[in-house]
Design a protein around this ligand. Structure first.
Ligand code: 7XF
Length: 399
């Protein structure tokens, strides 16, 4: 493992973590598609349950295929340990709820993925947890939001859907002044190859592995990384007892997808930079949100917090929602679909799709207009992506 810590991320996506020993010497770590594990005798079974003997028990509690993925993501994030979950929301819920009880307070960024917002604003309230949604670009507002009972600070950066960037070092420093607060960062849009929130004070990093980490649009899953103690706590409470653990087959697919993460991210990002320039030059486009632009408010953090601007672009059309509908419907190669980070370029309308769980007021506060469109730039040739966007702009103009 010490040797692995020195590996470059491009190698770690392939070799990170310890693959389970295989008697046949298979190159690819085997898929342990099993619900349960046979104990050599009754005493060992009891000892494993008591934590007095190593060894697997049951796949909700641990599985070698899952364990390899957990080690690999932990190595990539530079964290001590990892936990894999059935969905990204499973990761967000298990990671936050492990540290909360009735009477506690959460500070969340006011622009986060719709279902994270729904979990915090609707469900937490029912269990007596109070949540303040704060514009975390505003340091004074964040500093003022802390209460004696604040236990979790939750940040998504770049934010879904319009790439608002939050200064993690600033948030991390404020959290460190508070006793007993966990800073939890959703790193889905960047992946550990472009941003490692642990370097800026994040205690826990969560992912929707459905996106870039798997990268092939065929799995829904999540990942959590943190200290050994915190991950053990999550595994033994919110994961074990609420049960959003990943299937071994999905873990195996993500471990396969991860091997190409470095080259995929490079390509995604390079294509996105060209597509962002193209969109900016379109007369029909009012505004483009892309951190790679020098006038983006988070641009100065590229090179320190982030290694690249990423490959999600949001934009507003001058003529609003109706023009947006015509533009989306006119696309031929780019698919109208939620999710992101796949080989296919995907386009969607946040106000009616990913961020529909937010109230109109919450969307307005978060800066998500009805005319906003989000594009996940895929791995197709840039000429084909631009050709498709161009022909749809031309068609939409005629309406
Ligand atoms: O449970 P999921 O694997 O879908 O992950 C939830 C999730 C958590 N964090 C972020 C930053 C996310 O973007 C997501 C899922 N977002 C998809 C999207 O924005 O397209 C969900 C489609 S409704």
């Amino acid at each position: 493992m010490a040797q692995q810590r020195n590996m470059r991320p491009e190698s770690m996506v392939i070799h990170g973590g310890e693959a389970p020993a295989d008697p046949h010497g298979a190159l690819v770590a085997p898929l342990y598609q099993t619900s349960t594990f046979v104990f050599p005798n009754a005493e060992t079974g009891g000892q494993r349950f008591a934590g007095d003997a190593d060894g697997y028990i049951y796949s909700r509690l641990g599985n070698p295929t899952v364990n390899l993925l957990e080690q690999r993501i932990a190595a990539l994030e530079g964290m001590q340990a990892g936990a894999a979950t059935a969905t990204g929301m499973g990761a967000v819920a298990a990671a936050t709820m492990a540290f909360l009880r009735a009477g506690d307070h959460v500070i969340a960024s006011d622009c986060i993925y719709g279902c994270s917002f729904a979990l915090f604003s609707h469900l937490f309230e029912r269990f007596g947890v109070q949540v303040s949604f704060v514009d975390m670009a505003d340091e004074a507002a964040l500093a003022a939001a802390f209460q004696a009972n604040t236990r979790v600070v939750f940040v998504e950066t770049p934010a879904n859907p319009h790439l608002r960037i939050i200064d993690l070092a600033m948030v991390g420093a404020l959290c460190q002044q508070q006793p007993d607060v966990r800073l939890i960062v959703d790193n889905t849009f960047m992946t550990p190859l472009l941003q490692q929130p642990g370097n800026f004070g994040a205690d826990i990093v969560v992912h929707s592995a459905t996106k870039y980490l798997n990268g092939h649009g065929d799995v829904v899953a999540g990942l959590i990384t943190g200290t050994r103690e915190d991950i053990q706590l999550i595994k033994m409470t919110t994961l074990k007892d609420m049960g959003a653990t990943i299937s071994p087959h999905d873990a195996w697919l993500i471990t396969r997808g991860l091997k190409t993460l470095a080259i995929r991210m490079e390509k995604h990002c390079a294509t996105a930079a060209i597509v962002a320039d193209f969109l900016k030059a379109q007369p029909a486009v009012e505004k483009v949100y892309y951190p790679g632009f020098k006038d983006h408010p988070g641009h100065h953090l590229i090179g320190t917090q982030m290694r690249n601007a990423g490959a999600i672009i949001a934009f507003e059309l001058r003529s609003g929602y109706q023009a947006g509908v015509a533009f989306l419907n006119g696309l031929e190669m780019i698919k109208i679909a939620v999710s992101l980070g796949d080989a296919e370029s995907l386009i969607q309308h946040p106000a009616s799709m990913t961020h529909s769980p937010l109230t109109p007021e919450a969307r307005e506060k978060a800066g998500i207009s009805d005319g906003l469109i989000r594009l996940s730039v895929g791995l197709e040739h840039v000429d084909d992506i631009i050709h498709d966007l161009s022909q749809s702009f031309a068609k939409a103009q005629q309406i």
